[in-house]
Design a protein around this ligand. Sequence first.
Ligand code: TTP
Length: 197
Amino acid sequence: MKRLILASASPRRYELLSLTLLPFETYPSTLEEKMDLTLTPSQLVESLAEQKAADVFTQKPNHVVLGADTIVSYKNKRLGKPKNAVEAAEMLRMLSGQTHEVYTGVCIIDQAKKVVFSVKTSVTFYTLDEKTISWYISTGEPFDKAGSYGIQGSGSLLVEKIQGDYFNVVGLPISKVVRSLEDFGYLFTESVTQTEK
Ligand SMILES: Cc1cn([C@H]2C[C@H](O)[C@@H](COP(=O)(O)OP(=O)(O)OP(=O)(O)O)O2)c(=O)[nH]c1=O
């Protein structure tokens, strides 16, 4: 069985993939992410996931490599990670009281094949006043997250409701991912015995 590599520096993606109990290693991609605004949100995250997976695959060609990318989409805007507190506040003001979409793209490749897909989740925020926005930025949580919030952390206090896969918002739609990994020979239902061996 080829070794599985998670091409990501995201601790959330590491934790989510660990839920499968499948053995894997991490090898982050050093690719610089560029937002191509001619692409739809799903095309964009799929393209970035593919670039990250391909980047690591060229260095680890005898492995199965999984890459992912998450962005927030609101109206015609694509929101990545904020550069600073001002940008984080702008994003949170924009999302306040509105419903936005979170897209995560996933790409899994080995020498024989490539699977690419994306998943969309809709998230509705409560109306956020300036005090709430300042407080949330002061937690430091927004800075490494698309859309300037983390639903799995104190960002949960901003969210009124979601429609779709929660784990997709956190950065990896893990239940769909494990089903795709089965096409590469990784049977998560056998992963307890695989881990014990
Ligand atoms: C909306 C949202 C995003 N995020 C995170 C998931 C992603 O890690 C991050 C978006 O950045 P990405 O560029 O998708 O990923 P990354 O740079 O963290 O990791 P890598 O490219 O090495 O795989 O935002 C949350 O953790 N919670 C949330 O609620």
